[in-house]
Design a protein around this ligand. Structure first.
Ligand code: HGY
Ligand code: MN
Ligand code: MN
Length: 396
């Protein structure tokens, strides 16, 4: 078994839940355990290791001079996530360093490995907190309103020190290997995906306020049923996304109050995740969400509270690095396809500041964010070899 495969297996056991998924959230014991394990691996390779004020793990090969080439991804997961999302990118980066050292490469510029904290935002919908802090893009007011300071304090971190994680000025390029998390490569029978752009992501927390009442005695026409409103909102979002074609919409978390089988729901709270890969498609998202929910609230005679939770504009990735990825894939005899990413990634944060690129490997059945997430070992190895070739071009 290769070192990469062994590392993937070891990481997957950290935060493994009883039903085969992996659950490692920001500022929790499980992620701290994974970070500690990663720091040991980085130290074994002789890198300078740091757990920064934002909970990012950095391994620095401080060779040569100039700005660093940064490679990595994230080790945090969604609830009951898969073992490849994020972890493959971090462990392939570790593998790249291992390969370069084994080949006696002496980089002329620093090479850093990173595992960004809280890419998924699973606990507080604070997606990409670690990479945003690394880039000096903290949203302290918003993050403090979500319970992040308390969670950080419990984990031994100081919220007010988050801005000290800014290291962007020392970085000259970012590369991330990641599973595709979709069906395109597998359906096309292509080995690797060179990512052209990353879709824009817009998130809301919505709350419909109705009137809790007796489920049996309240006439249907007199009800202010907050769950009926939420159900209409879910279907309106789905309808819009299906009709537009350049949009996705998802409601993944929903709470119903008071939550009695024989009580008309008085309030519902739910998340909205809408995305579009183009600037004008992205610009249309917010007006649609606000108009649709306000119309439903009026028609159902409900109160509405709508709060934006995250906004990441769509971003193009670096053409020069895309070329290098394609050339390196060719040297490995691998077929490639250029495609946009429907998933968000830390690369979309870095790409606003430095040349950034992503390489995808196929996801079996296009599945991700589920314990059934799988990518064959040969694709993981191929991705790491191609990443190593590009990194060598950048550091030698
Ligand atoms: O939500 C996403 O697209 C990413 O997995 N965080
Ligand atoms: Mn993910
Ligand atoms: Mn990911």
């Amino acid at each position: 078994m290769s070192s990469l495969a062994a590392d993937l297996g070891a990481a997957a056991r950290i935060g493994a839940d009883e039903r085969g998924g992996v659950s490692r959230f920001a500022w929790t014991q499980e992620l701290a355990q994974a970070n500690d394990w990663l720091m040991e691996r980085l130290a074994e390779l002789g890198l300078e290791v740091e757990l920064d004020p934002a909970g990012n793990v950095l391994g620095r090969w401080q060779a040569g001079e100039g700005t660093a080439v940064l490679i990595g991804s994230h080790l945090d997961t969604v609830p009951r996530g898969g073992r490849y999302d994020g972890a493959l990118g971090v462990l392939a980066a570790l593998d790249v360093v291992r390969r370069l050292k084994a080949d006696g490469v002496e980089p002329r510029r620093p090479l850093w490995v990173v595992s960004f904290n809280d890419e998924e935002g699973a606990r507080f919908q604070t997606g990409m907190l670690g990479s945003r802090a690394f880039c000096g893009d903290c949203d302290l007011e918003d993050w403090s309103s979500r319970g992040v300071p308390e969670a950080m304090a419990e984990a031994g971190f100081a919220f007010e020190q988050l801005p000290e994680a800014r290291r962007l000025h020392e970085v000259g390029a970012y590369l991330e290997l990641h599973i595709e998390q979709g069906p395109v490569l597998e359906r096309a029978g292509v080995d690797l995906g060179v990512v052209t752009a990353i879709t824009g992501m817009l998130g809301f927390r919505a709350r419909f306020l109705g009137e809790a009442n007796h489920a049996g005695t309240t006439p249907m026409e007199l009800r202010h049923d907050a769950l009926a409103g939420a159900a209409r909102a879910v279907l309106a979002l789905r309808e819009e996304a299906r009709s537009r074609g350049d949009m996705t919409a998802n409601v993944g978390v929903m709470g119903v109050e008071p939550g009695g089988f024989n009580v008309v729901p008085g309030a519902t709270e739910f998340t909205i995740d809408v995305r579009s890969p183009t600037a004008d498609g992205f610009a249309r998202l917010e007006p649609f969400v606000r108009e649709a929910l306000e119309r439903i609230a009026a028609e159902e005679e409900l109160g509405l509270e709508l709060r934006e939770t995250h906004r990441k504009e769509p971003v193009a990735l670096d053409p020069g690095l895309q070329e290098l990825l394609e050339e390196a894939a060719g040297e490995e005899g691998a077929s490639t396809l250029r495609l946009p990413s429907g998933a968000g990634h830390d690369a979309m944060v870095l790409a606003h500041h430095v040349p950034a690129a992503m390489l995808f490997v196929p996801s079996r059945g296009g599945l991700s964010h589920t314990p059934d997430e799988f990518t064959a070992a040969e694709y993981c190895e191929l991705g790491a070899r191609v990443l190593a070739r590009v990194v060598r071009r950048l550091v030698e």
